[in-house]
Design a binder for this molecule. Structure first.
Ligand code: ZN
Length: 235
């Protein structure tokens, strides 16, 4: 796949992406408290954007600290964004949207799509959980499913956005497990799937190997399994 996007998986649902123009994007930066995140990724200081799928602690993670330290833009669903601002996020750093909405930045755009999950932050209602479709101009589309189980809209998203890479929760317990996740790959039809949200805590028992096996049975999608901290895309 020819792409100018760089991507690292940082453990759990967290990613670091670099756009063609060099914009540094973090998704769900649960880092300092994440037992799988390598030390060198726990306190990033070069961040332009944080994109959030929903309000749970294992996704919002270090967002408020990173935003304070770096002045980055934080993109989140409306109710979650309000709670983040109540907890110290500066107004001019917050970009809010809701499902179906697309925000355009310099060389990429982000669309908030459905996920089948709940969302709260600090015990308060944080709107609905979502997935993030990140489309890089003239380049690939990266679809982070957030926390979810299987649902039929995934087929529409696959058709509409034609994502090259999908990040798929497989850990079971709080999200779908490997078999359901593999069926999602068949529905979306992406070229590459990266398993996420597994192995972080003992209850997340789904394994990447099971996911790979089921996915190969069900679909043409290639499963790529990075180590936490590993760059799996771009040079
Ligand atoms: Zn989660």
């Amino acid at each position: 796949m020819k792409t100018n996007i760089k991507a690292w998986w940082l453990g759990h649902s967290a990613f670091r992406l670099e756009s063609p123009n060099g914009q540094v994007i973090y998704i769900d930066p649960f880092l300092s408290g994440n037992p799988k995140t390598p030390d060198e990724f726990k306190t990033p200081d070069d961040v332009d954007f944080i994109l959030l799928t929903h309000g749970h602690e294992d996704h919002v993670g270090d967002t408020l600290n990173i935003a304070k330290e770096t002045g980055c833009t934080v993109v989140a669903q409306v109710e979650l964004s309000h709670l983040l601002k109540k907890n110290g996020l500066e107004e001019d750093q917050a970009v809010e949207f809701n499902k179906g909405g697309t925000i355009h930045f310099d060389d990429f755009s982000v669309t908030l799509v459905s996920a089948n999950h709940s969302s709260s932050f600090g015990g308060e209602y944080a709107g609905e959980a979502g997935g993030l479709v990140i489309s890089f101009e003239g380049d690939i589309c990266f679809y982070h499913l957030g926390d979810t189980n299987i649902f039929t809209d995934l087929e529409i998203y696959g058709e509409m956005y034609d994502p090259h890479i999908i990040a798929v929760p497989i850990g079971d317990y709080y999200t779908m497990g490997p078999q359901e996740a593999a069926m999602c790959c068949e529905m979306i039809g992406a070229k590459v799937a990266v398993p996420i949200h597994y192995g972080t805590f003992p209850v997340l028992t789904g394994t990447a190997e099971e996911f790979k096996k089921f996915t190969e049975d069900y679909s043409e999608t290639e499963v790529v399994i990075p180590e936490p901290g590993e760059q799996f895309l771009g040079g």
